[in-house]
Design a binder for this molecule. Structure first.
Ligand SMILES: Cc1cc2nc3c(=O)[nH]c(=O)nc-3n(C[C@H](O)[C@H](O)[C@H](O)COP(=O)(O)OP(=O)(O)OC[C@H]3O[C@@H](n4cnc5c(N)ncnc54)[C@H](O)[C@@H]3O)c2cc1C
Length: 419
C-alpha cells in the first residue's frame, strides 16, 4: 500500500502576497523521524481487528471498544494520544505540526481512537472556558481514556435549529434539576459522562437562555436507550432526564451563556483534520485492488472513465489536505472562523461519501457487500463507508446548515428568515 506523505506545515506569508495564510509544505529531519517512528509502531501494534475500522473508529461493540481503549492507553504512554495538550494536563506539549503528523498517521493506519467527544470536543472547551477545578477533574481522565464522554445537544425538535432545545434546568440551591430528553447521542451507550445544553431561562430569546452542563451518567434519574443505525451498529442512544440533580459547579461558562460555549465546541467538531488521511487510505486501497486485478476481466486500469475518476479523487484529496493544514494552522493561532470550520466540515462530509460512491462503482456489485460477507470486495470497507458517509452528512450539523453558515457568517449574505 502506498503511504500518505505529510509535508506540512510552516505558515509563510511572502511580502505582497494576496493570500493571507499560505502554507509551505515541508517537514524537518526531526519531524520525519517522528513520522517513521510512528509508522513502525503502528505497523506492529494496531490489533488486526481494527485495521479495517478506519471508517468507523467511533462505533465499536463494547468488547472491541475495551481493546481500543487499551490501545489508546498505549498511545498515551508514548505521548501520542493527546500530543498537543500542555504537559500539566498530561498532554505531550507538542507543536501543532507534530499533532497533525501524529493524527494523520493514526488515521491512515486505522488506529481505533476512542472518545472523540472527550478529546476533540469537550477538551478544547475546557481549556478555553473551564474552571481550574473542572480542568483538573476531567482532562486527565480523558487523556488516560478512563472516562468516555457523550454530546447531549440534539432533541426530537432541536437538531438544525438547536436553539429550540427544551430540556430544562431549574436552579435549586447549589444544584440544577434537569428534565427533558436528548437523542442521536453518538456512543451514548458507552458514555460515563455527557455534556448537555439545557434551558436555564425560558423568558429570553432562545440563544440567551441556554447553559452548558457536565453530567455524570450515573446520576439518579437518567435512563439511556441505545438506537441502532442503518450500519447495524448501536451507533446512537437517547437519554431521558427525570429530576436529575447536577451540582452548579458542573456548569461550564456563565449561567445562560451556554450558546457561546456550544458554538466554540461545534467549531472544534467541524475542522475534520484527519479526513485527508482517511480518504487517502480509501484511495490507496482502491488503487491497490485495481492493480491486483491485472490479467483478469476486472482489470479496469486502462478504462478511461476509471482513470478520470481516479485523477479526480486524487485532486480532491490534495485540495482537502491543503484545507486541513490551513485549518490546523488557524486553529493553533486561535484564528479559525465559523465559516471556515463549516467549509471544512462540508468539504469532508461530502467527499467522504463521494470517494466511497466512486469506489463502489469501480468495484462493482461485490463492492456493495458489507464486511463479513464472503464475497465482499476490499473487506466490505467501501460499502460500510458509504453508509457511514451518509451519516456524516448529518452528524455535527447537516450539509445544508454548513452552507447557511458559510453564506451568512462567511459571505455576509442576509440571514435566512426564521420560522
Ligand atoms: C452520525 C451522527 C452522529 C450524531 N451525533 C450526535 C451527538 O453525538 N450528539 C447530538 O446531540 N446529536 C448528534 N447527532 C444529531 C445531529 O446533530 C442532528 O441529526 C442534526 O443536527 C440534524 O438535526 P435533525 O436530525 O433534527 O434534522 P432536522 O434539523 O429536522 O433537518 C431535517 C432536514 O432539513 C434540513 N434543514 C433544517 N434546517 C434547515 C435550514 N435552516 N436550511 C436548510 N435546510 C435545513 C436539514 O439539512 C435536513 O436535511 C448525530 C447525527 C448523526 C447522523
Amino acid at each position: 500500500m502506498r503511504r500518505i506523505v505529510c509535508h506540512c506545515m510552516e505558515p509563510v506569508a511572502p511580502s505582497g502576497s494576496p493570500v493571507r495564510h499560505p502554507v509551505r509544505l515541508r517537514l524537518d529531519d526531526g519531524q520525519r523521524a517522528l513520522q517513521a517512528e510512528l509508522r513502525a509502531f503502528l505497523a506492529a501494534s494496531i490489533p488486526d481487528e481494527f485495521r479495517r475500522t478506519v471508517a468507523n473508529p467511533d462505533y465499536l461493540p463494547r468488547d472491541a471498544h475495551e481493546r481500543a481503549v487499551a490501545f489508546c492507553r498505549e498511545l498515551h504512554a508514548r505521548g501520542w494520544f493527546v500530543p498537543h495538550w500542555p504537559a500539566e494536563h498530561e498532554g505531550g506539549g507538542r507543536p501543532i505540526i507534530e499533532q497533525v503528523i501524529i493524527r494523520e498517521e493514526l488515521a491512515y493506519a486505522g488506529a481505533p481512537l476512542v472518545n472523540s467527544n472527550g478529546t476533540n470536543m469537550l477538551a478544547p472547551v475546557l481549556f478555553q472556558s473551564g474552571t481550574p477545578e473542572q480542568q483538573a477533574q476531567h482532562l486527565g481522565p480523558i487523556a488516560r481514556s478512563e472516562v468516555m464522554w457523550a454530546q447531549g445537544y440534539s432533541e426530537s425538535e432541536a437538531g438544525s435549529d438547536l436553539a429550540a432545545l427544551r430540556m430544562t434546568a431549574v436552579r435549586d440551591g447549589d444544584h440544577y434539576v434537569l428534565n427533558g430528553h436528548k437523542t442521536w447521542t453518538s456512543n451514548g451507550r458507552l458514555a460515563d459522562w455527557i455534556f448537555v445544553l439545557v434551558r436555564t431561562d425560558p423568558d429570553v430569546k432562545p440563544q440567551a437562555g441556554i447553559s452548558f452542563l457536565l453530567v455524570d451518567m450515573r446520576t439518579p434519574g437518567i435512563t439511556m436507550r441505545p438506537i441502532r443505525s442503518m450500519t447495524g451498529y448501536p451507533t446512537f442512544a437517547e437519554e431521558f432526564f427525570d429530576d436529575v440533580r447536577v451540582p452548579v459547579e458542573h456548569r461550564v461558562g456563565a449561567e445562560h451563556d451556554g450558546w457561546r460555549v456550544a458554538k466554540a465546541l461545534l467549531n472544534a467538531e467541524r475542522t475534520n483534520i484527519t479526513r485527508a488521511a482517511q480518504a487517502q487510505r480509501f484511495y490507496d486501497e482502491l488503487v491497490e485492488w485495481l492493480h491486483a486485478q491485472e490479467g483478469t476481466r476486472l482489470d479496469l486500469r486502462r478504462d478511461p472513465l476509471v482513470r478520470e475518476q481516479l485523477a479526480y479523487l486524487a485532486e480532491r484529496i490534495a485540495v482537502g489536505r491543503a484545507l486541513s493544514y490551513r485549518i490546523a494552522h488557524l486553529q493553533a493561532a486561535g484564528a479559525l472562523t465559523p465559516a471556515l470550520a463549516s467549509l471544512s466540515k462540508l468539504f469532508w462530509s461530502s467527499f467522504a461519501f463521494e470517494i466511497k460512491d466512486v469506489g463502489t462503482r469501480i468495484l462493482g456489485p461485490g463492492g456493495l457487500l458489507m464486511p463479513g460477507d464472503a464475497d465482499a470486495l476490499v473487506d466490505g470497507h467501501f460499502a460500510e463507508g458509504l453508509l457511514l458517509g451518509l451519516l456524516h452528512q448529518i452528524g455535527g450539523g447537516t450539509n445544508e446548515v454548513q452552507r447557511n453558515v458559510i453564506g451568512e457568517a462567511g459571505l455576509g449574505l442576509p440571514r435566512e428568515p426564521r420560522a
